[in-house]
Design a protein around this ligand. Structure first.
Ligand code: SAM
Ligand code: DTB
Ligand code: SF4
Length: 317
């Protein structure tokens, strides 16, 4: 599927047929019991120069999130080892940067990537815009994937961010792909866009060559102090339709049910997994915003009948 019409036709399929088709595609390409757990760590929080209207970490808004320096290598290694014990197979690190500067901080991030890989986990970072040379150095350090979201449709983007363009985002995605790093690229629902904007985002993702290895679908976590603080929650069935359409359009991708799960019922999350979502962020916190607790997620996995992550202190650790 490449065109808006094709995505729309799938999206508008009667819901039960859509779910059935998505589940079929999902099972043809993936083991339905394989729901990846990714751990997320903000290694440099707050004080960001960009003005993304959804973000707690932009210096343009009064959100009460203090700016912190880049974490030490040792702390990151420790957090990654803990996440591995809890069942994470991918460790994702984020910085509140418009772009990384070359120098000691970027070198430290390369060491963090090597440390995560040495623990036997996939390593993902999201650092903002990259040059070709930075992407190549991340690839040499063993980076598995780079997260860089297009967030919404090209036409809605300027309503959300003014300090960079859609084409800036696409340029970084190309640098990442040229360096041979897998792309993790998705969006956020609930930022005042309509259903067509959401499908237009999928069309943009389908134009990437190769298509993204993973597609995070975030539901906006409204942050007090940002322009989107009062945005209405995403309709549950619209979310399920979008997950199913994403699964059908990107059969091989990991579709990651990302931010906003703390406001979703268990039933909604199960429907999303049935519709083809096969990854979550787990741990009590996303970057700055809340996430369901690790023990709630372990209970959910048990209830679904999937192998739950080992808990600290459990005999199998
Ligand atoms: N600064 C880098 C960048 O913007 O590319 C990396 C960190 S940024 C916080 C990573 C992604 O988190 C954003 O692209 C956005 O899709 C998502 N995100 C940020 N704030 C969010 C929120 N309040 N709700 C949902 N998703 C959010
Ligand atoms: C993505 O798409 N979602 C994650 C990850 N990539 C870096 C981030 C979600 C951030 C939610 C808001 C916060 O924690 O501040
Ligand atoms: Fe900065 Fe990223 Fe937040 Fe935008 S989304 S303000 S670039 S941390």
């Amino acid at each position: 599927m490449k065109t808006l019409d094709e995505f729309r036709r799938v999206y508008e399929t009667p819901l039960l047929d859509l779910l059935f088709q998505a589940a079929e595609v999902h099972r043809r390409h993936h083991d339905p019991a394989d729901i990846q757990r990714c751990a997320l760590l903000s290694i440099k929080t707050g004080g960001c120069a960009e003005d993304c209207g959804y973000c707690a970490q932009s210096a343009h808004f009064q959100t009460g999130v203090p700016a912190t320096p880049l974490m030490s290598l040792e702390e990151v290694r420790e957090r990654a080892a803990q996440a591995k014990e809890l069942g994470a197979t991918r460790f994702c690190m984020g910085t509140a940067w418009r772009e990384p500067k070359d120098g000691p901080q970027f070198d430290r991030i390369l060491d963090m990537v090597r440390a995560v890989r040495a623990l036997g986990m996939e390593a993902c970072v999201t650092l903002g815009m990259l040059t070709d040379a930075q992407a190549r150095r991340l690839a040499e350090a063993g980076l598995t994937a780079y997260n860089h979201n297009l967030d919404t449709s090209r036409r809605h983007y300027p309503n959300i961010v003014s300090t960079r363009t859609y084409d800036d985002r696409l340029r970084t995605l190309r640098a990442v792909q040229n360096a041979g790093i897998a792309v993790c690229c998705g969006g956020i629902l609930g930022m005042g866009e309509n259903e067509e904007d959401r499908l237009m985002l999928l069309v943009e993702l389908a134009q990437l060559d190769p298509p993204p290895e993973s597609i995070p679908i975030n539901c906006l976590v409204p942050i007090r102090g940002t322009p989107l603080q009062d945005a209405a929650p995403v309709d549950s069935l619209e979310l399920v339709r979008l997950v199913a359409t994403t699964r059908i359009g990107f059969p091989k991708a990991r579709v990651r049910l990302s931010a906003g799960r703390d406001r979703m019922s268990r039933e909604l999350q199960v429907l999303c997994f049935f519709a083809g979502a096969n990854s979550i962020f787990f741990g009590d916190k996303l970057l700055t915003a809340p996430n369901p607790s690790a023990s709630d997620d372990a209970a959910l996995f048990r209830e679904i009948g999937l192998p739950a992550a080992p808990q600290p202190g459990s005999p199998c650790l």
